[in-house]
Design a protein around this ligand. Structure first.
Ligand SMILES: [Zn+2]
Ligand SMILES: [Zn+2]
Length: 356
Protein backbone atom coordinates (compact mmCIF):
# COMPACT_ATOMS: atom_id res chain seq x y z
CA UNK A 1 0.00 0.00 0.00
CA UNK A 2 1.78 3.23 -1.12
CA UNK A 3 2.07 5.87 1.60
CA UNK A 4 0.68 9.42 1.31
CA UNK A 5 4.15 10.97 0.97
CA UNK A 6 5.07 8.47 -1.82
CA UNK A 7 1.91 9.39 -3.73
CA UNK A 8 2.63 13.08 -3.28
CA UNK A 9 6.22 12.71 -4.58
CA UNK A 10 4.95 10.69 -7.55
CA UNK A 11 2.34 13.39 -8.37
CA UNK A 12 4.98 16.11 -8.12
CA UNK A 13 7.32 14.24 -10.52
CA UNK A 14 4.52 13.80 -13.03
CA UNK A 15 3.72 17.51 -12.79
CA UNK A 16 7.41 18.28 -13.32
CA UNK A 17 7.52 16.12 -16.47
CA UNK A 18 4.35 17.72 -17.78
CA UNK A 19 5.75 21.23 -17.25
CA UNK A 20 9.00 20.20 -19.01
CA UNK A 21 7.10 18.80 -22.01
CA UNK A 22 4.98 21.97 -22.18
CA UNK A 23 8.12 24.11 -22.39
CA UNK A 24 9.68 21.80 -25.04
CA UNK A 25 6.56 22.14 -27.18
CA UNK A 26 6.57 25.91 -26.89
CA UNK A 27 10.32 26.22 -27.60
CA UNK A 28 9.68 27.44 -31.14
CA UNK A 29 8.67 30.80 -29.68
CA UNK A 30 10.44 30.93 -26.33
CA UNK A 31 10.21 34.01 -24.22
CA UNK A 32 12.43 35.11 -21.40
CA UNK A 33 9.51 35.34 -19.00
CA UNK A 34 8.41 31.74 -19.65
CA UNK A 35 11.96 30.52 -19.22
CA UNK A 36 12.26 32.23 -15.83
CA UNK A 37 8.91 30.81 -14.77
CA UNK A 38 10.00 27.32 -15.79
CA UNK A 39 13.27 27.59 -13.86
CA UNK A 40 11.48 28.85 -10.77
CA UNK A 41 8.80 26.13 -10.94
CA UNK A 42 11.46 23.44 -11.38
CA UNK A 43 13.42 24.71 -8.41
CA UNK A 44 10.26 24.92 -6.31
CA UNK A 45 9.09 21.41 -7.18
CA UNK A 46 12.53 19.84 -6.72
CA UNK A 47 12.99 21.51 -3.36
CA UNK A 48 9.60 20.12 -2.33
CA UNK A 49 10.03 16.61 -3.78
CA UNK A 50 13.68 15.74 -3.28
CA UNK A 51 14.42 17.28 0.09
CA UNK A 52 14.90 14.95 3.05
CA UNK A 53 13.41 17.53 5.38
CA UNK A 54 10.15 17.88 3.40
CA UNK A 55 7.06 16.96 5.36
CA UNK A 56 3.35 17.70 5.15
CA UNK A 57 3.75 21.01 7.07
CA UNK A 58 6.30 22.32 4.53
CA UNK A 59 4.07 21.29 1.62
CA UNK A 60 0.95 22.93 3.13
CA UNK A 61 2.96 26.09 3.99
CA UNK A 62 4.27 26.25 0.42
CA UNK A 63 0.83 25.78 -1.12
CA UNK A 64 -0.65 28.47 1.13
CA UNK A 65 2.22 30.90 0.54
CA UNK A 66 0.23 33.01 -2.01
CA UNK A 67 -2.64 33.31 0.51
CA UNK A 68 -0.24 34.37 3.30
CA UNK A 69 1.39 36.84 0.91
CA UNK A 70 -2.00 38.39 0.07
CA UNK A 71 -3.11 38.61 3.73
CA UNK A 72 0.24 40.12 4.81
CA UNK A 73 0.17 42.74 2.06
CA UNK A 74 -3.47 43.62 2.76
CA UNK A 75 -2.72 43.97 6.49
CA UNK A 76 0.27 46.20 5.69
CA UNK A 77 -1.90 48.37 3.45
CA UNK A 78 -4.78 48.46 5.95
CA UNK A 79 -2.25 49.53 8.60
CA UNK A 80 -1.86 52.89 6.83
CA UNK A 81 -5.67 53.25 6.61
CA UNK A 82 -6.06 52.37 10.33
CA UNK A 83 -3.43 54.94 11.38
CA UNK A 84 -5.25 57.61 9.32
CA UNK A 85 -8.52 56.50 10.95
CA UNK A 86 -7.07 56.94 14.46
CA UNK A 87 -5.80 60.44 13.57
CA UNK A 88 -9.07 61.50 11.89
CA UNK A 89 -11.37 60.15 14.65
CA UNK A 90 -9.23 61.62 17.45
CA UNK A 91 -9.09 64.97 15.65
CA UNK A 92 -12.88 64.99 15.17
CA UNK A 93 -13.39 64.36 18.90
CA UNK A 94 -10.95 67.16 19.75
CA UNK A 95 -12.74 69.61 17.45
CA UNK A 96 -16.10 68.85 19.12
CA UNK A 97 -14.61 69.07 22.64
CA UNK A 98 -12.91 72.43 21.91
CA UNK A 99 -15.98 73.81 20.08
CA UNK A 100 -18.79 72.75 22.42
CA UNK A 101 -17.81 70.82 25.58
CA UNK A 102 -14.96 72.95 26.99
CA UNK A 103 -16.79 76.31 26.46
CA UNK A 104 -19.81 74.86 28.34
CA UNK A 105 -17.58 73.54 31.14
CA UNK A 106 -15.72 76.86 31.52
CA UNK A 107 -18.91 78.98 31.45
CA UNK A 108 -21.08 76.82 33.75
CA UNK A 109 -18.76 75.06 36.24
CA UNK A 110 -17.18 76.74 39.31
CA UNK A 111 -13.62 78.02 38.67
CA UNK A 112 -11.71 75.24 40.56
CA UNK A 113 -13.73 72.50 38.84
CA UNK A 114 -13.26 74.10 35.39
CA UNK A 115 -9.48 74.47 36.06
CA UNK A 116 -9.27 70.78 36.97
CA UNK A 117 -11.06 69.87 33.71
CA UNK A 118 -8.68 72.01 31.65
CA UNK A 119 -5.54 70.63 33.36
CA UNK A 120 -6.58 66.96 33.33
CA UNK A 121 -7.92 67.09 29.74
CA UNK A 122 -4.74 68.66 28.35
CA UNK A 123 -2.39 66.37 30.32
CA UNK A 124 -4.34 63.35 29.01
CA UNK A 125 -4.19 64.69 25.45
CA UNK A 126 -0.41 65.22 25.61
CA UNK A 127 0.09 61.65 26.94
CA UNK A 128 -2.08 60.16 24.16
CA UNK A 129 -0.33 62.05 21.35
CA UNK A 130 3.18 61.40 22.73
CA UNK A 131 2.68 57.65 23.25
CA UNK A 132 0.92 57.13 19.92
CA UNK A 133 3.65 58.96 18.05
CA UNK A 134 6.39 56.99 19.84
CA UNK A 135 4.56 53.64 19.42
CA UNK A 136 4.19 54.10 15.66
CA UNK A 137 7.66 55.52 14.99
CA UNK A 138 9.84 53.47 17.40
CA UNK A 139 11.26 50.26 15.96
CA UNK A 140 10.29 47.25 18.11
CA UNK A 141 13.87 45.94 17.80
CA UNK A 142 15.34 43.24 15.53
CA UNK A 143 18.07 40.65 16.17
CA UNK A 144 21.41 41.36 14.42
CA UNK A 145 21.75 39.83 10.96
CA UNK A 146 25.53 39.44 11.17
CA UNK A 147 27.24 36.74 13.27
CA UNK A 148 27.47 37.60 16.97
CA UNK A 149 27.73 35.94 20.38
CA UNK A 150 24.15 36.55 21.52
CA UNK A 151 22.43 33.40 22.81
CA UNK A 152 19.78 31.95 20.51
CA UNK A 153 17.10 29.32 20.99
CA UNK A 154 16.37 28.52 17.33
CA UNK A 155 16.89 29.63 13.74
CA UNK A 156 14.26 31.67 11.90
CA UNK A 157 13.26 29.74 8.78
CA UNK A 158 12.32 32.96 6.95
CA UNK A 159 15.23 35.28 7.88
CA UNK A 160 17.80 32.44 8.24
CA UNK A 161 19.28 34.07 11.35
CA UNK A 162 19.52 32.90 14.99
CA UNK A 163 16.50 33.82 17.12
CA UNK A 164 17.28 35.04 20.67
CA UNK A 165 14.87 34.05 23.46
CA UNK A 166 11.41 35.76 23.26
CA UNK A 167 12.04 36.72 19.60
CA UNK A 168 9.42 35.78 16.99
CA UNK A 169 9.08 36.28 13.25
CA UNK A 170 6.44 38.76 12.05
CA UNK A 171 5.23 37.81 8.57
CA UNK A 172 3.69 41.27 8.03
CA UNK A 173 6.94 43.14 8.80
CA UNK A 174 8.86 40.21 7.23
CA UNK A 175 11.48 40.25 9.97
CA UNK A 176 12.21 38.83 13.40
CA UNK A 177 11.11 41.06 16.30
CA UNK A 178 12.69 41.13 19.77
CA UNK A 179 10.25 40.21 22.59
CA UNK A 180 7.43 40.32 20.04
CA UNK A 181 3.96 40.86 21.48
CA UNK A 182 1.86 41.20 18.33
CA UNK A 183 1.60 43.15 15.07
CA UNK A 184 -0.76 46.08 15.66
CA UNK A 185 -2.61 47.38 12.56
CA UNK A 186 -3.70 50.49 14.53
CA UNK A 187 -0.02 51.44 14.84
CA UNK A 188 1.02 49.90 11.50
CA UNK A 189 3.96 48.59 13.50
CA UNK A 190 4.98 45.54 15.47
CA UNK A 191 4.80 45.75 19.25
CA UNK A 192 8.10 44.48 20.62
CA UNK A 193 10.86 45.12 23.14
CA UNK A 194 11.50 48.82 22.41
CA UNK A 195 7.91 50.08 21.91
CA UNK A 196 5.84 47.78 24.15
CA UNK A 197 5.62 50.46 26.90
CA UNK A 198 4.53 53.12 24.39
CA UNK A 199 1.81 50.82 23.03
CA UNK A 200 0.43 49.99 26.48
CA UNK A 201 0.56 53.61 27.72
CA UNK A 202 -1.23 54.75 24.55
CA UNK A 203 -4.02 52.19 25.18
CA UNK A 204 -4.25 53.22 28.84
CA UNK A 205 -4.34 56.99 28.26
CA UNK A 206 -6.67 56.67 25.26
CA UNK A 207 -9.09 54.62 27.41
CA UNK A 208 -8.83 57.24 30.17
CA UNK A 209 -9.46 60.02 27.65
CA UNK A 210 -12.51 58.27 26.21
CA UNK A 211 -13.95 57.58 29.67
CA UNK A 212 -13.32 61.24 30.59
CA UNK A 213 -15.02 62.55 27.42
CA UNK A 214 -17.91 60.13 27.79
CA UNK A 215 -18.55 61.07 31.44
CA UNK A 216 -18.09 64.82 31.04
CA UNK A 217 -20.38 65.03 28.00
CA UNK A 218 -23.06 62.71 29.43
CA UNK A 219 -25.35 65.59 30.55
CA UNK A 220 -25.02 67.32 27.17
CA UNK A 221 -25.69 63.97 25.43
CA UNK A 222 -28.97 63.48 27.34
CA UNK A 223 -30.09 67.03 26.41
CA UNK A 224 -29.05 66.59 22.74
CA UNK A 225 -30.79 63.22 22.50
CA UNK A 226 -33.97 64.72 23.94
CA UNK A 227 -33.77 67.61 21.44
CA UNK A 228 -33.33 65.26 18.48
CA UNK A 229 -36.41 63.31 19.58
CA UNK A 230 -38.42 66.55 19.22
CA UNK A 231 -37.20 67.00 15.58
CA UNK A 232 -39.98 64.60 14.53
CA UNK A 233 -42.80 66.54 16.22
CA UNK A 234 -45.25 68.57 14.17
CA UNK A 235 -44.49 71.40 14.04
CA UNK A 236 -40.74 70.81 14.87
CA UNK A 237 -39.17 73.16 17.43
CA UNK A 238 -37.36 76.11 15.80
CA UNK A 239 -33.71 75.00 16.35
CA UNK A 240 -31.02 77.07 14.67
CA UNK A 241 -28.43 75.45 12.37
CA UNK A 242 -25.75 75.81 15.09
CA UNK A 243 -27.98 74.06 17.65
CA UNK A 244 -28.65 71.17 15.24
CA UNK A 245 -24.89 70.78 14.60
CA UNK A 246 -24.29 70.85 18.37
CA UNK A 247 -26.87 68.11 19.05
CA UNK A 248 -25.52 65.77 16.36
CA UNK A 249 -21.88 66.42 17.29
CA UNK A 250 -22.48 65.67 20.97
CA UNK A 251 -24.30 62.41 20.13
CA UNK A 252 -21.42 61.40 17.80
CA UNK A 253 -18.88 62.28 20.52
CA UNK A 254 -20.64 60.33 23.25
CA UNK A 255 -21.33 57.21 21.16
CA UNK A 256 -17.77 57.10 19.76
CA UNK A 257 -15.94 57.70 23.04
CA UNK A 258 -18.18 55.29 24.99
CA UNK A 259 -17.69 52.50 22.41
CA UNK A 260 -13.91 53.01 22.25
CA UNK A 261 -13.72 53.18 26.06
CA UNK A 262 -15.38 49.74 26.35
CA UNK A 263 -13.44 48.05 23.51
CA UNK A 264 -10.04 49.58 24.23
CA UNK A 265 -10.61 49.25 27.98
CA UNK A 266 -10.98 45.46 27.55
CA UNK A 267 -7.78 45.28 25.48
CA UNK A 268 -5.88 47.42 28.00
CA UNK A 269 -7.07 45.21 30.86
CA UNK A 270 -5.93 42.08 29.00
CA UNK A 271 -2.47 43.56 28.40
CA UNK A 272 -2.28 44.71 32.03
CA UNK A 273 -2.92 41.09 33.12
CA UNK A 274 -0.16 39.87 30.76
CA UNK A 275 2.33 42.45 32.09
CA UNK A 276 1.42 41.46 35.66
CA UNK A 277 2.26 37.84 34.75
CA UNK A 278 5.52 38.82 32.99
CA UNK A 279 4.54 37.45 29.59
CA UNK A 280 3.71 38.71 26.10
CA UNK A 281 0.59 37.83 24.05
CA UNK A 282 2.55 35.16 22.12
CA UNK A 283 4.11 33.77 25.30
CA UNK A 284 0.64 33.46 26.86
CA UNK A 285 -0.22 30.74 24.30
CA UNK A 286 3.22 29.10 24.51
CA UNK A 287 3.22 29.09 28.33
CA UNK A 288 -0.32 27.70 28.49
CA UNK A 289 0.65 24.78 26.25
CA UNK A 290 3.86 24.23 28.22
CA UNK A 291 1.91 24.27 31.52
CA UNK A 292 -0.43 21.54 30.19
CA UNK A 293 2.45 19.48 28.81
CA UNK A 294 4.42 19.56 32.06
CA UNK A 295 1.28 18.88 34.11
CA UNK A 296 0.82 15.59 32.24
CA UNK A 297 4.28 14.43 33.35
CA UNK A 298 3.77 15.67 36.90
CA UNK A 299 5.87 18.86 36.69
CA UNK A 300 5.01 22.53 37.27
CA UNK A 301 5.79 25.24 34.71
CA UNK A 302 7.61 28.35 35.98
CA UNK A 303 7.78 31.45 33.79
CA UNK A 304 11.46 32.55 33.86
CA UNK A 305 10.45 36.18 33.13
CA UNK A 306 8.06 36.52 36.07
CA UNK A 307 9.81 38.48 38.84
CA UNK A 308 6.75 39.16 41.01
CA UNK A 309 3.78 41.41 40.25
CA UNK A 310 5.28 44.71 41.45
CA UNK A 311 8.70 44.03 39.92
CA UNK A 312 7.14 43.07 36.57
CA UNK A 313 5.51 46.50 36.41
CA UNK A 314 8.71 48.29 37.42
CA UNK A 315 10.68 46.41 34.77
CA UNK A 316 8.02 47.11 32.16
CA UNK A 317 7.73 50.84 32.97
CA UNK A 318 11.50 51.29 33.55
CA UNK A 319 11.06 52.55 37.10
CA UNK A 320 14.34 52.48 39.04
CA UNK A 321 13.68 55.02 41.80
CA UNK A 322 10.63 56.70 43.37
CA UNK A 323 10.87 59.90 41.30
CA UNK A 324 10.54 57.80 38.13
CA UNK A 325 6.85 57.19 38.88
CA UNK A 326 6.38 60.90 38.15
CA UNK A 327 9.02 61.52 35.49
CA UNK A 328 8.75 58.22 33.58
CA UNK A 329 5.11 57.18 34.11
CA UNK A 330 2.96 60.27 34.70
CA UNK A 331 4.93 62.50 32.32
CA UNK A 332 6.02 61.76 28.72
CA UNK A 333 9.36 59.94 28.78
CA UNK A 334 11.44 58.42 25.98
CA UNK A 335 13.71 56.24 28.18
CA UNK A 336 14.84 52.85 26.86
CA UNK A 337 13.52 49.60 28.37
CA UNK A 338 15.69 47.32 30.49
CA UNK A 339 18.14 45.13 28.60
CA UNK A 340 18.91 44.77 24.92
CA UNK A 341 15.96 42.46 24.16
CA UNK A 342 18.28 39.53 23.40
CA UNK A 343 19.67 38.37 26.75
CA UNK A 344 17.27 37.60 29.57
CA UNK A 345 19.54 36.00 32.14
CA UNK A 346 19.12 38.86 34.62
CA UNK A 347 16.50 39.63 37.20
CA UNK A 348 15.47 42.90 38.86
CA UNK A 349 16.40 41.45 42.27
CA UNK A 350 20.04 41.36 41.18
CA UNK A 351 19.83 45.00 40.09
CA UNK A 352 18.36 46.24 43.37
CA UNK A 353 15.10 47.28 41.70
CA UNK A 354 13.14 46.14 44.74
CA UNK A 355 14.79 48.74 46.96
CA UNK A 356 11.91 51.17 46.29
ZN1 LIG B 1 12.52 35.95 11.01
ZN1 LIG C 1 5.02 43.14 12.41
Amino acid sequence: MPSGSWLFRRAMRLLLRWLRSCVKQGRSKPSKRLGELWLYSRLLLRSLCFSETTNSDVVVDSLFEPVYWLVDHLTRWFGVVFVCLVVVLTSSVLIIVYSFVLPTVVSTYPAPWATWHLCFGHWNLVMIVFHYYKATTTSPGHPPKEKCDTPSVSICKKCIIPKPPRTHHCSICNSCVLKMDHHCPWLNNCVGHFNHRYFFCFCLFMTMGCVYCSLSSRGMFVDAYGAIETYYQTPPPPFTFKEKVLHKSIIYLWVLTSSVAVALGGLTLWHAILITRGETSIERHINRKETQRLKQIGKVFRNPHHFGIFNNWKVFLGVEKRSHWLTRVLLPSGHDPYGDGMTWDWSPQRRDLVAI
